[in-house]
Design a protein around this ligand. Sequence first.
Ligand SMILES: [Zn+2]
Length: 269
Amino acid sequence: MAKTKRAYVCNDCGADFPRWQGQCSACGAWNTITEVRLAASPQVARNEKYAGYTGSAEGVVQTLQDINLQEVPRLSSGFKELDRVLGGGIVPGAAILIGGNPGAGKSTLLLQTMVGLAHHFPTLYITGEESLQQVAMRADRLGLPKDKLKLLSETGVETICQVAKKEQPKIMVIDSIQVMHVAEVQSAPGSVAQVRESAAALTRYAKQNNVAIFMVGHVTKDGSLAGPKVLEHCIDCSVLLDGSSDSRFRTLRSHKNRFGAVNELGVFA
Ligand SMILES: [Zn+2]
């Protein structure tokens, strides 16, 4: 029988501890630490897990001079404002978090972007919240061409990675990260542990396969993004889309960007 491992994770910052404590020693919050059960992973899963973040699972050592310094060409999203906020386009292998309150138009923006990109690159849109019909209806309403973009309705990260290995997309959307789950974490989708492990697994996939992944993240009422700090250490770029559904304008702002300046602002009508 598989043995279950326990960990104690802070719901605010995502720090983990070997035993329960009343106050998180990482962020100082009280009563935020909950128990998380991790299924004992078989050896294969362990190897997968510890395979390099940057892709070289074989552990190839190089000298500095062997490393290609040529800047990776960025892919244009087709939206000038989005490109600018991302620091000049989409970097292959980047994990990008698009946050925003429900109704801010994250899915609409990404659907429009992906439909445009699908004419130039293989793309894959993973919908975990809306059905395929709902996504198709939105594309219809927006008058978008529907012949190129590939869709998948799935919330299991392992299945998503398997499908992606087959489909070989260059750019992927995960809508949303809050409904994703990995099998080895035995807590409910949406919990800090699931969101964190799902984002980490998808980021690993992005790096190893040089795929840019956009992850949609809903901001909760108190303004936190299922604990933004939970995700911030594993993603490359965090962008927040602001605006209510009755306003005509939306602003897009970068909070963290490994590949460009932060606090770049884009305005959409
Ligand atoms: Zn904490």
